[in-house]
Design a protein around this ligand. Structure first.
Ligand code: GTP
Ligand code: MG
Length: 197
């Protein structure tokens, strides 16, 4: 599996620090503590590739992992964490907005959501950004291990229905768990496809 060769490349605090806008990249967005970094680790089978933290709001830059030259996975800063100072939040909002509007290399977006609290306003905003640009987007309902199968399916159906009401079938959705590795192969198929692997 090519994706397992991912290696840390760089952390960007502003647009100038981003790699040249020429390759293929897939970004992981989501609320603080949703499980973005854990999902990247499970996907690449590397326990300590992306930094996982019990303290929300830790990932405060765009972290690039290179799978092969010009093929990147991007861990975006978590949103919705109130304790981040206002001016820093404004800086991030502007940086992320511009990134989504202009980044040519961006080929797809994964929005990571706790299966118990899916589709908050900002999650929908992120998915909307992708859909408006014609980018494929995938809703990852993570921490599936916290629910039984029945409840997982209930949540999946509910989210699927809301997404199709908003954007027909531009956004795909799956149940996932970094802990139990449920759904890792499905995610890998989607992300690998977007990266042209
Ligand atoms: P920020 O970088 O702060 O935005 O957070 P993040 O979205 O990267 O979340 P992270 O991967 O650091 O995980 C946050 C917490 O959730 C950690 O304590 C993880 O161990 C836990 N966690 C992540 N994924 C899962 C999962 O699938 N199941 C369970 N039970 N816990 C998980
Ligand atoms: Mg993180």
């Amino acid at each position: 599996q090519l994706i397992e060769r991912a290696q840390y490349l760089l952390s960007a605090h502003n647009a100038r620090q981003l790699p040249e806008d020429g390759g293929y990249e897939v970004a992981f967005a989501g609320r603080s503590n949703a499980g973005k970094s854990s999902a990247l680790n499970a996907l690449t089978r590397q326990n300590s590739l992306a930094r996982v933290s019990k303290t929300p709001g830790r990932t405060q830059q765009l972290v690039y992992f290179q799978v092969q030259p010009e093929r990147y996975l991007v861990d975006l800063p978590g949103y919705g964490y109130a304790k981040v100072p206002q001016d820093l939040q404004a800086h991030w909002q502007a940086f992320i907005d511009k990134y989504f509007r202009t980044r040519e290399a961006l080929k797809g977006l994964v929005v990571v959501m706790d299966i118990r609290h899916p589709l908050k306003d900002y999650d929908k905003q992120m998915l909307g950004y992708a859909v408006e640009r014609g980018l494929p987007a995938h809703a990852l309902l993570t921490k599936g291990d916290k629910l039984g199968r029945g409840q997982q399916m209930q949540s999946l159906q509910k989210v699927r229905k809301e997404l199709s009401g908003l954007w027909a079938d531009s956004v795909t959705v799956q149940v996932y768990s970094s802990e139990s590795r449920q759904g890792v192969d499905e995610l890998r198929g989607i992300v690998g496809g977007w990266l042209g692997l």
